[in-house]
Design a protein. Structure first.
Length: 161
């Protein structure tokens, strides 16, 4: 495990932090293997919830709750690897702060539409927005991905030939 830790984040070794260390606050005291198990369990639980949500797709309110919960579990699973502080810091990095805010806003709106308003149409619209926001947020971790997708969408939507 030590070799895996060194090979994954050799650059951060100079800073005194690694993938499995939380840093100075010492919030998380899980071993590296426990963090990997936590990551895998959280990710698998999130994916299972999202797959189960497809079974109840005909009932948009149940679909929205299951899908959103699974979505949050899957996104939050990386907190086990990085630590919760590092995860939040990366989410609110200036490069992705707007994408994070839009994603979290869509999650809240989807849950409000499903649980409080009980509107099937609004719930489906909110879930579609949530999926788009998650894709845009995820693209922020891939260099130049958002620029390429933006240019592709402009070319596809361009009406002048």
């Amino acid at each position: 495990m030590w070799k895996l830790n060194q090979s994954i984040l050799g650059a951060n070794e100079e800073q005194g932090e690694s993938l499995f260390e939380e840093g100075s606050d010492g919030f998380c005291s899980l071993s590296p293997m426990q963090r990997i198990y936590g990551f895998a369990a959280c990710l698998i639980a999130g994916l299972v919830c999202m797959l189960l949500s497809l079974i109840v797709f005909a009932k948009p309110i149940k679909f929205a709750v299951l899908f959103t919960f699974g979505n949050l579990l899957a996104v939050g699973s990386t907190g086990f690897l990085l630590g919760p502080g590092q995860q939040i810091q990366m989410m609110f990095d200036p490069v992705r702060v707007y994408a994070t805010a839009i994603y979290l806003g869509c999650v809240v709106i989807a849950l409000i539409c499903a649980l409080w308003i009980h509107s099937k149409v609004l719930t489906i619209v909110a879930i579609v927005c949530e999926i788009c926001a998650l894709i845009w947020y995820s693209l922020s971790y891939i260099p130049f991905a958002r620029r390429m997708v933006s240019e592709l969408m402009i070319r596809l939507c361009d009406t002048e030939l």
